[in-house]
Design a protein around this ligand. Structure first.
Ligand code: 1CP
Length: 327
């Protein structure tokens, strides 16, 4: 590539007027199950920003819905689970995911890969801790207290839950890669809520298992979580080719925390995009400079695009990073 590749987490979605238009009368989970909607929404940010990758339009709870878990994505809230999972009976409801549960994924990915040509499509899935948190808490959570209570108090049940979620995640990513996705990202967004010791004991065995299985897919594997400065070496130990970093740790420092040969992705603070352009440009240059210390850098934000972000700033930022890093 003639420059550092650029894409943005949550580049599709609420910050785009064309997204709000196509989604106006269609509930989120219905949109995630309709190939025409998936293809259109995935392509919208590619057309507008000229980013170097598309991310498959879906949500981390889609495979859970597909195996029959009663959940919804509520506007302004996020995923809400009707009957939170907190005991053995609940965990048993998590059956294995089969490719036939998500035929729309195979169809949409196939169409997208045709439309995108050389530009890779990034497939994604939720990490096991983050999925567990939505299932156990019943919705978005600040403290993850029921999740941690189960993790600390019922280790056997926790292990069963994590194994089932890990298998679902691997299968969901396998379906996307089999249909042509050129990279996969594991979003274990909320795992930064854990201490390093708890991560090592209660999550790392499962993320390591996931990344081992994903190696067979022969596509680059990205691993990301928010607030994971203290966990970066463990996230890297799990086996990803690229570790995503939020804005709290500069990329040159992050480079010292990951395994040799691991590339970094990130990490401009998404709130920066609300500042005057001079500040955006200066901070983007800082990210590019720090990223040079890593063994490969994919420019991104440190977390998802905030809903009120001005799309023109993202377009300008993409062009700026392309120009700054031209080689
Ligand atoms: O570019 C894209 O928009 C890609 C599609 C995408 C992705 C990668 C969506 C669409 N969701 C996700 C992943 C996702 N979903 C994550 C991991 C990424 C991250 O950390 O941001 C998480 C934690 C969720 C759960 C979720 N879904 C939330 C967060 C709630 C909380 O706990 O704070 C929300 C608000 C949703 C709904 C959702 N998912 C996606 C969109 C566009 C929306 C908004 C729905 C709408 O338009 O009403």
């Amino acid at each position: 590539m003639p420059h550092t590749p650029v894409w943005f987490m949550r580049q599709a979605g609420r910050s785009l007027p064309e997204y709000r238009r196509v989604r106006a009368d269609v509930p989120m989970l219905e949109a995630c199950a309709r190939p025409d909607m998936i293809v259109e929404i995935t392509m919208q940010p590619v057309r507008r920003y000229d980013v170097d990758a598309a991310i498959y339009f879906s949500d981390i709870v889609v495979p859970l819905k597909a195996i029959g878990i009663d959940l919804d994505i509520r506007p302004g809230v996020g995923p809400v689970v009707a009957d939170p999972i907190r005991d053995a009976e609940g965990v048993k409801r998590l059956r294995a995911l089969e490719p036939d549960d998500v035929p729309y994924v195979t169809e949409a990915v196939g169409t997208l890969v045709g439309e995108l040509g050389e530009r890779p499509l990034i497939g994604f899935a939720g990490g096991p801790f983050t999925l567990a948190s939505y299932l156990i808490e019943g919705g978005p959570s600040k403290n993850h207290e029921h999740t941690k209570a189960l993790m600390y108090g019922a280790p056997d049940l926790w292990a069963d839950l994590m194994q089932r979620l890990s298998a679902i995640t691997v299968e969901f990513l396998r379906v996307q890669a089999a249909a042509g996705a050129g990279a996969v990202q594991l979003f274990d967004s909320w795992v930064g809520a854990l201490s390093a010791d708890d991560y090592r004991e209660s999550v790392l065995p499962y993320t390591s298992w996931i990344f081992e299985r994903l190696a067979e897919l022969d596509v680059p594997r990205i691993h990301f979580g928010v607030g994971t400065g203290e966990l970066l070496s463990l996230l890297s130990e799990a086996g990803a080719d690229v570790v995503g970093v939020d804005w709290r740790v500069p990329l040159d420092k992050a480079a010292q925390r990951v395994q040799p040969g691991t590339a970094l992705q990130g990490n401009l603070d998404p709130a920066t995009l609300f500042a005057p352009w001079d500040a955006v440009a200066r901070r983007a240059s800082d990210v590019v400079a720090a990223g040079a210390a890593a063994e490969g850098h994919v420019f991104n934000l440190g977390h998802g695009v905030l809903p009120d972000t001005d799309p023109d700033v993202l377009a300008r930022l993409t062009e700026y990073v392309h120009t700054e890093t031209a080689r």
